[in-house]
Design a protein around this ligand. Sequence first.
Ligand code: ATP
Length: 251
Amino acid sequence: MPVSCRDLSLERRGRLVLHEVNCAFSPGELTAVVGPNGAGKSSLLETLAGVLAPAAGRVELDGRDAAVIPAAERARLCAYLPQSESPAWSLDVADLVALGLLPWGRPADRAQRVSAALERVDALHLANRAVTRLSGGELRRVQLARLLVGRAPLLIADEPTAALDIRHQLQLMHTFRRQADAGKTVLLALHDLSLAARFCDRILLLHGGRPIARGAPQDVFTPALIGDVYGVSCEFRWRDGVAEFVPLDLL
Ligand SMILES: Nc1ncnc2c1ncn2[C@@H]1O[C@H](COP(=O)(O)OP(=O)(O)OP(=O)(O)O)[C@@H](O)[C@H]1O
């Protein structure tokens, strides 16, 4: 498995926020990690990406204990985009995207790869703009290009669609779908349950730092489970493979 965790617990400021989580993610699968605010989605993704160290249990990358994999090698195995990130200094867009290739040195086709990644997120026209002079959604698309430019077999992105308009949300989800279809393992934290249901193979539903359900969208997205976890009544409508999640009211 490209990434898995065993009995994973995480503490933040002395409080357990993940409780003995066991999960594994397969190549070719696009998984959405969903759950209410504070459920532990970012904490899980950060721990799987090696940003946070578990209090107990372990993460395995490529079948090995992630804790002993050197950082440079880990960067070649896993590309990660955090929930939010502000540019610390004023790089040009193309240079920021090229940072995603650093784990592979300076490949000869660097410029073409950067252009292709920018094109995938509809941001090629921004290539020479300073990253400090972008709108919120433009900056997010550029950061997504940095995630997509490399060759890591595992992609982890935390709420990648949150700042994007509806066209760019759909375009991005198609891109992640294609990445998974090409054999990558893709893990996304998402709040948009319609996008998760439509594009993802698997859903991991977290609540209170614990996995509550894991499986195909039709199995996890039931009014009963969503009611228990989010405290809302809802309907899922499926039409020609497109899922529509309709929140009805508070329970
Ligand atoms: N930097 C931090 N220091 C201490 N506790 C934190 C920190 N970040 C998150 N937490 C706590 O960890 C728990 C899980 O938070 P996490 O950010 O993983 O949730 P989430 O599911 O990603 O939420 P959201 O949907 O709001 O982004 C919450 O109880 C939160 O208050």
